[in-house]
Write a protein that binds this ligand. Structure first.
Ligand SMILES: [Zn+2]
Ligand SMILES: [Zn+2]
Length: 421
């Protein structure tokens, strides 16, 4: 399948003319065979991969691994962070004039960042349907211990070869399913922020994403069985989520409170290192957020949600937590200026019914947990080695990891029976 990119770049009802940097996307068996043609004109292509992604693609890409320079990133625990960026920068041949990322999220983030700093094009070959970031224009990085979204290059082409990604270990695919289902809360957060602050919002992009998410939701069993066509639907939905980020110009449509949970745990502020995939952490983050959002909805509907002034930073809490890890200044900097500085409590109160209306469209947390567990995805903190008693602290702290308004952040102004505040 050749993804029709034209339909995403028409003038949009939101008033914007959305831009997409990717020039071509193929999701099909044998997609990598197009690489030869796409590399014509380049003198020195370099493949960037790691040992396992190289193995995953070795059969389909045999001739390319034999004929092109290969930079195999090495290390025990390869992550998208400053030290692995340094490794790629040091080892990358100065002659390289195009990069080919063969891998999952981490290899893509490293490649897109290095490609950006060097002003090079890169071509994406995803080896698993594990994340939605393949076509992203930003790289999610851990930079000196803080989670950062750094400007990076989008791929010029994506060659998603079903013969490769449909055979990925199921754990990676399950992680992709979870990353995708996380759009329920990220899109909700975006809409709610739009309602409360007037932040730019595009209904078309949101609808496109919802459609793709629901399409995947309807074939989870087949994905679990490895059905290639349903795997392609998952890959398409993940790539579409990346395109949505390009169309909006940032990760707003694809990353909300559920990702903030994941980022907080990755920063190891209240926990030790969690050996889990991106989507696995997002999966649990999604369930935690859905549970709390349900409580908010019930409180609004039953008239028990009171507005309190929760606009100020919780200084003491931040000192005890981020401060204990030497990250107090960092977290203040990330949040400055305070997102809720200009929030009018009376206005927020008047918008509660609209917020409840949006919340009514979310899937129930129990149903989502059942759906994800049935699809082989992680759904509980304990499965990540996170003690369940860290749940409330997680929900209170995670809105501070990014300067992005979510309902979870706004909920610092909500008090109701059973609320965190
Ligand atoms: Zn639009
Ligand atoms: Zn994600």
């Amino acid at each position: 399948m050749n993804v029709d990119l034209q339909r995403f770049t028409r003038p949009c009802e939101c008033g914007h003319e959305h831009k997409i940097a990717v020039k071509g996307i193929w999701i099909e068996p044998g997609a990598v065979n197009r690489l030869k043609e796409l590399l014509a004109g380049y003198r020195h292509p370099v493949i960037i991969c790691d040992a396992s992604t190289k193995k995953a693609a070795s059969r389909s890409m045999e001739e390319y691994f034999a004929s092109l320079e290969v930079l195999e990133v090495t290390g025990n625990n390869i992550h998208a962070n400053d030290s692995y960026v340094a490794q790629v920068q040091e080892r990358l041949n100065g002659e390289a004039d195009v990069l080919v990322a063969v891998g999952s999220g981490t290899i893509h983030d490293l490649t897109r960042y290095v490609a950006y700093t060097r002003g090079l094009n890169f071509i994406s070959v995803p080896t698993a349907a594990s994340v939605d970031g393949f076509v992203s224009t930003v790289a999610a990085m851990t930079w000196h211990g803080m989670k950062k979204t750094l400007t990076a290059a989008a791929p010029v082409y994506v060659l998603a070869d079903t013969d490769i990604f449909a055979k990925a270990p199921f754990r990676l695919t399950a992680s992709g399913i979870s990353d995708l289902m996380g759009k329920y809360t990220s899109l909700l957060d975006w809409k709610v922020s739009h309602i409360v602050t007037g932040e730019y919002y595009c209904e078309t992009v949101s609808r496109l994403e919802f459609e793709a998410v629901r399409e995947v939701e309807s074939v989870l069993d087949q994905i679990r069985d490895g059905d290639p066509q349903c795997m392609e639907k998952l890959m398409y939905a993940l790539i579409l989520s990346g395109l949505a980020m390009q169309m909006i110009g940032n990760s707003r449509p694809a990353s909300g409170a559920e990702h903030h949970v994941s980022h907080l745990w990755e920063m190891e502020i209240i926990n030790n290192y969690i050996d889990a995939l991106h989507g696995e952490k997002v999966s649990v983050g999604l369930i935690l957020c859905l549970e709390y959002y349900e409580k908010i909805r019930r409180a609004i509907e039953s008239g028990t949600c009171r507005i309190v002034d929760g606009r100020a930073y919780e200084t003491e809490l931040l000192q005890e937590t981020f401060g204990a890890r030497g990250k107090y200044q960092d977290v203040l900097e990330e949040n400055d200026p305070n997102l809720m500085e200009e929030l009018d409590p009376a206005d927020l109160e008047s918008k509660l019914p609209l917020i409840a209306q949006e919340l009514a469209a979310l899937p129930e947390s129990d149903r989502m947990r059942g759906l994800l567990a049935g699809a082989g995805c992680v759904t509980r903190m304990e499965e990540l080695g996170m003690p369940a008693d860290k749940k409330d602290l997680t929900l209170r702290l995670c809105p501070y990891v990014r300067r992005r308004l979510t309902l979870l952040r706004l909920a610092k102004n909500f008090s109701f029976p059973g609320s965190l505040y």
